[in-house]
Design a protein around this ligand. Sequence first.
Ligand code: SF4
Length: 315
Amino acid sequence: MKMEYRNHKPYQTVDVFYKTLFGHKVYKVSLNGGFTCPNRDGKLGKGGCIYCSDMGSGDFAGSRNQPLELQYEQGKAMMAKKWPNGKPIVYFQANTNTYAPLSKLKELYEHALTLDKDIVGISIATRPDCLEDEVIDYLETLNRKYFVSVELGLETIHESSLLFINRCHGPNEFKEAVRRLRLRNLHTVAHIINGLPGEDKPMMLETIRFLNQLDIQGIKIHMLYIASNSRLSNVYRNNPFPLLTKQEYCDIVASQIEIMRPDLIIYRLTGDAPKDKLIAPLWTLKKFTITNDIEKLLRERKSYQGRICQDDQNH
Ligand code: SF4
């Protein structure tokens, strides 16, 4: 098979995707809409996902106590320093951002989208089991005017891990949510977590094979980290379990990219907690070196996204 490097990268980057779609650089401004989560308040589960921080996994979003205007202003100022010619997408990241009555969602999303004339779209992070029909209908309407992206947590397809992390849904709910979102042509991005205790490399590759079958457009890959403001930190302190080394992580992600559908946009190759909250592994703080190492590994293997076809996925 011919070696394919898109824009000098061995994988499909979100930067190139945005530039192709909008014709310019696009960055995200994270906002905290003051949502909660049905996996915390007992509607779907209690206690939340074990790795989730007390900020609802939105530690880099603004404070829920600040008005959206202020959050946006501060977030944009930071981003615009790096990319003065870029345009923003507003990103509802903390907690479950569709967990509210439709009228509240409309008010919040539309308020956010009109904070600045430069805003080109909205990205909404949520759970697959928290998408009412009327919400999807509304997002379809919104998508006619703005770029709308829905980020859905899958994390893993493995039952034992899903129980351990207290995810309170499985791959079937995820599959069904993707089907319903795609019926309305909504851009859908999956989140996964590598390095969950008890998962080996073949299991993590299996999660990618599952996603390859679905009509998603993008993927975010995270390394499991222990944040002091999560329930996982207690589990880890009482009973430390092995975490992936940086080398192991890079090898796994490079192999995931090799078997990944070539059209999938890679939104993230790793994630990190705020420095003052991170207990382990400390190497996750060095995001750029992780991305570089994964890229280097793919080049050394003379490989790239989707190089290994479905029939050959056995390494
Ligand atoms: S990770 Fe998402 S679904 Fe899980 S508890 Fe946190 S906000 Fe809720």
